[in-house]
Design a binder for this molecule. Structure first.
Ligand code: NAD
Length: 512
């Protein structure tokens, strides 16, 4: 454990990051005289960072209206020219990578390396989307009628509403936005109420890029607020697609509302990720993969490892090494060198972790290490915990839901079919992994894991932008980021062009 920084150190870090990204630091006090306000807080100290001006339902509606007008102009800009906007955004993000990362560290509690990695993901998707701007291709296929051409074409969809979670405060926004912008859409963003400052930093750089390339005003607004403002956006019929990232609870609320008005929805919800360690695994490699995936970002990712399924022949040895590795993890402020595990976002997360540990024990589990709160004498309003490893007799109900904190449950298996049954036996389906040296085991796992992401010999977290990202079952079924995810942000049309001078009907139908 390391010492915690002073409030002044945190404020200096934050204001330095905000100013460099072009955000006026008066935002930190603007809420005191505004019609609606939102508190900002750092999980590192637990202290307030300021009071932000928030949107009302009326101002949110105006911004959505302006975005709809901007869309009407933006959709007519050729896609490769639209690509210049994301290209410039990516360049600005590259120039301000450390500045934006500082805000993420202060507001979300990520280590500088993980925060910079998040910004790098934004830069990567901008590069990807630039290339995509010349590849919004449709198919042509032979028509059954002579003198006819049959093809599919893709068109801009409209206003896209993005809802994001606190733990990836800016990257997930960029996955959606970079693709939606080259697709010809406007994007309204309702960031997490726990990470508004990082959102303002990212959006300020995008607004600067938009002005430089002459994009229409109002194309990429931010709505500052909590669930009520998110709900207002979700209900707004002018929003053609709602792309929502967050908990399963949120998805259950948002999905039906959008479906009711026949809008489109893209859901990226909670995970409950598992990894199998087979007897043939490279144990040192597996150990490093497991520790990063389970304890990194203090377990506050959608893809962390929460369920470890180890073969019974190696379980005691592996778990012993795992516990020893956990005891070496440095917990503390992410601003300090060498710290690997930062704070939980708030007291609610800490309480959820304690409740889950209690439930695990009542279901026959044994806490092998971790779970205790630390550094609370120095910072009673911040919540630092030792990541926990819990040995379970079998997969019990506590393991079937996501606790957004660093708890790793360990169970054993005797054959791969049993391991797969345990692995797939939860309602969520985001990320999964197997550690093995056997080709047959690896192939069987890749075809039988029911998750959107299945890895071999790496952990469950740390996706690259090139592959589509998302999960099955309660995780929501959405796909963002790479390959053909761009199609979610476009409208598909099938076109038949008749140049025959006759009017033959399909399927040989005769009429008139
Ligand atoms: P959360 O569900 O509490 O909030 C997420 C966002 O949804 C916030 O912006 C919030 O204001 C908004 N929101 C909540 N209820 C809403 C409603 N009824 N209508 C409109 N908006 C609403 O989640 P969180 O605590 O910020 O983030 C953690 C959760 O997000 C975890 O479950 C994690 O697994 C998940 N997550 C998933 C992915 C993924 O890609 N699958 C990525 C990151 C986080």
């Amino acid at each position: 454990m390391t010492a915690l920084p002073t409030d002044q150190t945190i404020t200096d870090l934050l204001t330095g990051g905000l100013k460099a990204c072009g955000v006026d630091t008066s935002v930190l006090t603007a809420g005191s005289s505004a019609a609606a306000s939102l508190p900002a807080r750092s999980p590192i100290t637990g202290q307030s960072l300021g009071t932000l001006a928030a949107d009302t339902k009326e101002s949110a509606s105006e911004k959505i209206g302006a975005a709809a007008e901007a869309f009407a102009a933006w959709r007519d800009v050729p896609a490769p020219v639209r690509g210049q906007l994301v290209q410039r955004w990516g360049q600005l993000l590259g120039e301000h990578k450390e500045d934006l990362a500082k805000i993420i560290t202060v507001e979300a509690g990520k280590t500088p390396s993980e925060a910079a990695g998040e910004v790098q993901e934004m830069i990567d998707i901008c590069e990807f989307a630039l290339g995509q701007s010349r590849q919004l291709w449709g198919k042509t296929m032979p028509s059954e009628r002579p003198g006819h051409r049959l093809m599919e074409t893709w068109h801009p969809l409209g206003v896209v509403g993005v809802i994001s979670a606190f733990n990836f405060p800016v990257a997930v926004y960029s996955w959606n936005t970079a693709l939606a912008l080259v697709a010809g859409d406007a994007v309204v963003w309702k960031p997490s109420e726990n990470a508004v400052l990082a959102a303002l930093g990212a959006q300020s750089l995008l607004a600067c890029a938009a002005a430089e390339v002459g994009a229409p005003e109002g194309l990429v607004p931010v709505l500052v607020g909590g669930r009520d403002i998110g709900d207002a956006m979700v209900r707004d019929e002018r929003v053609a697609l709602v792309s929502a990232t967050g908990s399963v609870r949120m998805g259950r609320e948002v999905g039906p509302v959008v479906a009711e008005r026949f809008g489109r929805v893209l859901l990226e919800l909670g995970g409950n990720n598992g990894a199998i360690v087979a007897p043939s695994a490279d144990i040192d490699l597996a150990l490093r993969g497991v520790v990063f995936a389970a304890a990194g970002t203090a377990g506050q990712r959608c893809t962390p490892l929460r369920r470890l399924i180890v073969h019974e022949s190696i379980a005691d040895d592996f778990v012993g090494k795992l516990v020893a590795a956990y005891k070496t993890l440095s917990i503390g402020s992410p601003t300090e060198d060498g710290v690997l595990v930062g704070p939980l976002i708030n007291e609610g997360s800490y309480e959820a972790m304690q409740a889950a540990l209690k439930q695990a024990e009542s279901e026959g589990g044994t806490v092998l290490t971790g779970g205790a709160r630390v550094l609370d004498d120095e910072r009673p309003d911040a919540h630092y915990v030792e990541p926990a490893v819990v040995r379970m007799p079998t997969q019990t109900s506590v393991m079937e839901s996501e606790t957004f904190a660093p708890i790793l449950y360990v169970v054993t298996y005797s054959d791969l079919d049993e391991a797969l049954e345990i692995h797939n036996g939860v309602p969520q389906g985001l990320s999964s992994a197997i550690f093995t040296s056997e080709l047959a085991e690896s192939e069987k796992f890749l075809s039988r894991s029911d998750c959107g992401i299945a890895n071999v010999n790496i952990g469950t977290s740390g996706a690259e932008i090139g592959g589509a990202f998302g999960g099955e079952k309660e995780t929501g079924g959405g796909r963002e980021s790479g390959t053909d995810s761009w199609k979610a942000y476009m409208r598909q049309a099938t076109n038949t062009v008749n140049y025959s001078g006759e009017l033959p009907l399909a399927q040989g139908v005769e009429f008139l």
